[in-house]
Design a binder for this molecule. Structure first.
Ligand SMILES: NC(=O)c1ccc[n+]([C@@H]2O[C@H](COP(=O)([O-])OP(=O)(O)OC[C@H]3O[C@@H](n4cnc5c(N)ncnc54)[C@H](OP(=O)(O)O)[C@@H]3O)[C@@H](O)[C@H]2O)c1
Length: 366
């Protein structure tokens, strides 16, 4: 087959197959070194021959799962895949070669693979398979974090700060609840649900006893939970919210809840001060994006290491005049050395402002 085969399948059928591929891909683990991928094999009349999804690193890729399900029926089909089939030998053999071998006539993929595993489209074309890219927003969303981490060579880091107008993140007596409004806190929980991991230093863990879970207004856990990471050498007090989530800890009320209730994400305690080591560790656990929730000491260490990609500031119209500063001493002594940021987005959250910012070049390079 043939150029004719693919063109006999209507665009609407290909779009439906990509929608289905995205649904299948979502069955795979959200936190995994590999991207989530779904594959649907279509007969020339557009009917579904077989489907496959990737179940995480070390398991068959979506394309090979679909080919295995189809057997001989794979010959002459159009494989519709959410991500360009891989061309490299990883823990499993390359999918592009497997598709050629199986006699697939055409491949339609949504997102080009820009990583070292990419190049599958050329392998397929060289093998006589008709290849076409068909953009699909759902498929792009599915792998956006994974692709960005692949480009960076580490997880993307957003440093989130809730501060008063005068840049304080707690009061002089150590109280910090609550600086911002319920609307801002709801938005913060929604961000937690979207990232692979939430990070705090032991200072914050000890001062605030946070749970770091993603919750709704009633306190119920949202469906997706981030890995919860504490960084620092001090122990967490027994019975603290985070120590209850550590591997080996006694079951909590949350852990005995019904199977269809989301469980809080696992807690990891990394006894290091090295931000690079922290990111390498969480990446190996399949984390592609990190929400660094402070405090100032840990945030400052990531900033100085050049490992902050974005700042998310929830600015409350409140003044404290004393208490810890959001940003610690960054070693900047003169105006020309000020760290400059680009203001990417401003959103009003009830009485508060949400500022999304990205670091730019140092002032002297402007
Ligand atoms: N409003 C907000 O957005 C917000 C957010 C978070 C915290 N806070 C407030 O911030 C205060 C806590 O501030 P904090 O700065 O002490 O908290 P932190 O940054 O969470 O923790 C600091 C501790 O982390 C460890 N650590 C890890 N990496 C480090 C590194 N590279 N360099 C130095 N230390 C490192 C050290 O503890 P070890 O000795 O254990 O190694 C250090 O004492 C609390 O009042 C809390 O309420 C506010």
């Amino acid at each position: 087959m043939t150029a004719t085969q693919q063109s006999t399948i209507a665009d609407a059928a290909l779009r439906r197959a990509l929608d289905r591929g995205v649904d299948l891909a979502r069955l795979g683990p959200a936190r995994d070194p590999n991207p989530r991928v779904g594959c649907v094999l279509l007969a020339p009349d557009g009917s579904v021959v077989a489907e496959g999804a990737h179940g995480g690193a070390g398991t068959p890729h979506a394309e090979t799962a679909a080919l295995a399900a189809a057997g001989q029926a794979a010959r002459g089909t159009t494989a519709v895949v959410t991500l360009e089939p891989c061309a490299h030998h990883g823990r499993t053999p390359p999918c592009a070669a497997a598709l050629v071998e199986a006699g697939v006539a055409a491949v339609v993929y949504a997102v080009p693979d820009v990583t070292t595993a990419g190049g599958g489209a050329q392998v397929l074309a060289a093998g006589g398979v008709e290849v076409r890219q068909q953009p699909h927003p759902g498929a792009e969303d599915l792998v956006a974090d994974w692709a960005r981490a692949a480009r960076l060579g580490r997880p993307h880091v957003t440093w989130k700060i809730a501060s008063t107008l005068d840049g304080r993140v707690a009061a002089a007596d150590g109280t910090s609840r609550w600086i911002t409004s319920p609307q801002a806190r709801r938005a913060a929980h929604a961000v937690r649900e979207q990232v692979g991991a939430v990070l705090v230093g032991t200072g914050t863990a000890l001062a605030d006893d946070p749970s770091l879970t993603a919750r709704d207004d009633t306190g119920a856990l949202l469906p997706e939970q981030p890995l919860r990471v504490v960084v620092g050498t001090r122990d967490l007090p027994a019975g603290s919210q985070l120590s209850r989530g550590l591997a080996g800890a006694a079951p909590t009320a949350d852990r005995t809840s019904p199977a269809d209730t989301p469980h809080p994400g696992e807690v990891v305690h990394l006894r290091t001060h090295d931000p690079t080591e922290v990111l390498a560790d969480v990446r190996a656990r399949g984390v592609h994006s990190v929400l660094l929730e402070g405090g100032p000491t840990l945030g400052g260490a990531f900033w100085r290491a050049g490992l902050v990609d974005e700042l998310l500031v929830h600015l409350a119209p409140a003044l404290l005049g004393a208490g810890p500063h959001a940003i610690p001493d960054l070693g900047i002594g003169t105006m020309a050395d000020a760290a400059r940021l680009e203001l990417v987005e401003v959103t009003r959250l009830g009485p508060d402002l949400q500022l999304r910012l990205r670091p730019t070049r140092p002032a002297q390079e402007e």
